[in-house]
Structure formats: structure tokens, C-alpha cells
Design a protein around this ligand. Structure first.
Ligand SMILES: Nc1nc2c(ncn2[C@@H]2O[C@H](COP(=O)(O)OP(=O)(O)OP(=O)(O)O)[C@@H](O)[C@H]2O)c(=O)[nH]1
Ligand SMILES: [Mg+2]
Length: 192
């Protein structure tokens, strides 16, 4: 499953770095491999990160799926500097932890310097995942609790999805790719 703890941030020239994040169990790894392999894999909690690339509409996305467990979340910031975009995955059926998800999302944008925070002009795609479950709340409800407007991200959108359903994921990914094509990469030559 490509798990590694590398901090090399290797990227091909022209590719875009995409952080795939979320609280533990939200579905980040399942979504990543649905995008890369076109099928749902059985996952285990990510204790470091999974790095995979996927090309969509001619644009290579270098994805870093970092674990969401409390003790792993500290890694999120290490990759923030090089991120052209963020995919934030929310478990729509885990209503009790939506507020925590909101706090963790906001903290990504509150670094002390550009070195450890996401730039506010980078697009943010939020997946309201697990819409196939009977207890999932609506996208509108997820948006209300996440309070994304308070983070002052210039461009964000929330898409309902299920990691079982690749088509629901591609709606969000296609939006993200269109946004990325309209922007220069954070590191144009992919230098380390
Ligand atoms: N019903 C349903 N289950 C899902 C969905 N997405 C993920 N899951 C399940 O949720 C569990 C956690 O999924 P992961 O992809 O490992 O979650 P994660 O966000 O990578 O978790 P960490 O690695 O701990 O950060 C697994 O049992 C998945 O099969 C979904 O859309 N619907
Ligand atoms: Mg994972």
C-alpha cells in the first residue's frame, strides 16, 4: 500500500502536491486507493503516510495521505508548505467528532509561517464521505459545523460522496483539477 515515512516530498516537474487528510477513520486512505486503483481496498489505520500519484485530465496529482490518528496528525504540518491543494475527508456519520474535524482543519491554516501552514489561496476540497451510511448527515449540515467560512480559504467546495462510489469522488476531483489548472504550482519545478 505504499506506506512510508519519507519526508523527501519527491515530485515530478509539473505535478501538484495534494494533501489528503481527515480524522482517523474518515476514509482518506479508502478514497485515495479508490482513485488510484479504481476499487475499494480494505485498509488499516495509517500510522505514517501513503504517497501515490494519479493523473486526472492530464494533470498529475502527487497525493500524500497522512494518518488522522491524534499522534500522527502532527505530521500534517510537515507537508503543508508544499501543498498545492488539500482534500479534507469527513465521516458524515460521525457527528460527534465534526467539531474536532473543524478545529483540526482550521489549525492547518494557522501556522506560524508559510513553512508550516497551507496558503489560503490553495483550493480546498472537502469530501462529506460515507453518505451511503444510514446515519450520515447532509452536506449542508457538515458545512455548517465545519465553519469553513471562518478559515478564510479563498476557494473551497464540499462534495457528498461514498468511497464505494468512484463517480461521486470524481465530481470533487474534477472540480479540484479545474481549480489547480488555473493556478501556478507552489513549487514549479518540484525541487526538494
Ligand atoms: N460505509 C462506508 N465505509 C467507509 C467509507 N469510506 C471508508 N469507509 C470505511 O471506514 C474505515 C476507515 O477508512 P480509512 O480509509 O482507513 O480511514 P482513514 O481516514 O484513512 O483513517 P486513518 O488512516 O486512521 O487516518 C474502513 O473500514 C473503511 O472501509 C464510505 O464511504 N462508506
Ligand atoms: Mg488512512
Amino acid at each position: 500500500m505504499g506506506a512510508c515515512m519519507s519526508a523527501s516530498h519527491f515530485r515530478h516537474a509539473g505535478s501538484r502536491g495534494v494533501l489528503v487528510l481527515g480524522l482517523d477513520g474518515a476514509g482518506a486512505t479508502t478514497i485515495l486507493y479508490q482513485l488510484v486503483l479504481g476499487k475499494r481496498l480494505e485498509t488499516i489505520p495509517t500510522l505514517g503516510l501513503n504517497q501515490e500519484s494519479v493523473t486526472v485530465d492530464g494533470l498529475e496529482l502527487e497525493c500524500w495521505d497522512i494518518g488522522g490518528l491524534d499522534q500522527v496528525r502532527t505530521l500534517w504540518r510537515q507537508y503543508s508548505r508544499d501543498a498545492d491543494a488539500v482534500i479534507f475527508v469527513v465521516d458524515s456519520s460521525d457527528v460527534e467528532r465534526l467539531k474536532l474535524a473543524s478545529t483540526e482543519l482550521a489549525s492547518l491554516y494557522k501556522g506560524h509561517s508559510k513553512r508550516n501552514s497551507i496558503q489560503h489561496d490553495r483550493p480546498l476540497l472537502i469530501f462529506a464521505n460515507k453518505q451511503d451510511t444510514p446515519t450520515a448527515v447532509s452536506t449542508q449540515q457538515v458545512e455548517k459545523v465545519l465553519k469553513v467560512n471562518y478559515i478564510h480559504v479563498d476557494t473551497f467546495r464540499i462534495f457528498p460522496c461514498s468511497a464505494n462510489n468512484r463517480e461521486s469522488l470524481m465530481k470533487g476531483i474534477n472540480w479540484l483539477v479545474t481549480e489547480l489548472k488555473g493556478r501556478s504550482p507552489v513549487r514549479p519545478h518540484g525541487d526538494a
